[in-house]
Design a protein around this ligand. Structure first.
Ligand code: CTP
Ligand code: CA
Length: 223
């Protein structure tokens, strides 16, 4: 990976950032995915780079370009993302901002599925994808010192995100309120509640770049 500034607060530190959606194939021309532009993960990677970190940026097919000055590892599926994270370890810090598809299609076809002309419908079967955040958080050897997850919630943001933090074993959860009324989903701003061992902290709504800078500063102080 490429080095960041030599004298930032995170210089000498290696960070893995996951970002964007994953695409889980149905057949060679179709997939299922979560909605994700990759904007917040990209901004986090750039902000950590600006503090001097060496960043391994593991990204699914995002709408926004990857930042300069980081090592970019492009993946399609959750399984590939997990493997790429494993390969990028060891790291001092992991920030899992990807909107990983919870399921893959277990009966994906290696040929394009055709309409049969009689109205018979394909039946998709699903298998659960590996939870990359939970796996990294619970590594018994070589766990990053700080593991940060994200959580997109539509209701009871603090309750759901606090439970998620405990369930997965992450140090921090950056919870976004994505309820339709906020208009956050797909936009340029984010409304964050940071969940740590000390409780929850509501941040004012601000552009995703500012959320990223504030999070990166917070990470640098914690290290
Ligand atoms: N995550 C992950 N691997 C998965 C699913 C999620 O690494 N297979 C990570 C995301 O990158 C994010 C965090 O876990 O940092 C929370 O994702 P989220 O979808 O909110 O949590 P889930 O446990 O999948 O719960 P839900 O049922 O609410 O989707
Ligand atoms: Ca999920």
């Amino acid at each position: 990976a490429l080095p960041g500034p030599v004298n930032g607060p995170l210089s000498g530190r290696h960070v893995i950032v996951t970002s964007g959606p994953t695409h889980e194939p149905i057949d060679p021309v179709r997939y299922i995915a979560n909605r994700s532009s990759g904007a917040q993960g990209t901004a986090v990677a750039a902000a950590l780079r600006d503090l001097g970190a060496r960043v391994s940026f593991v990204t699914g097919p995002a709408d926004v370009p990857a930042p300069a000055g980081v090592e970019v590892i492009r993946v399609q599926t959750a399984a590939e993302m997990r493997q790429a994270v494993e390969k990028a370890l060891p790291a001092d810090i992991a920030v899992m901002a990807a909107a990983v598809a919870d399921w893959r299609v277990a009966n994906a076809s290696d040929r394009k599925i055709k309409k049969d002309g009689k109205g018979n419908l394909p039946v998709l079967e699903f298998a659960e994808n590996p939870d990359i955040l939970a796996w990294v958080s619970q590594l018994s050897e070589g766990r990053p010192e700080l593991v940060v997850g994200f959580a997109a919630e539509t209701n009871d943001v603090v309750g759901n995100a606090t439970a998620k933090r405990a369930r997965k074993g992450a140090d921090w959860i950056v919870a976004n309120d994505v309820s339709p009324a906020t208009g956050i989903m797909g936009g340029t701003e984010n409304a964050i509640t940071l969940i740590t061992a000390d409780g929850s902290e509501i941040w004012p709504r601000m552009p995703k770049e500012q959320v990223a800078q504030r999070l990166a500063d917070r990470i640098a102080r914690a290290m």
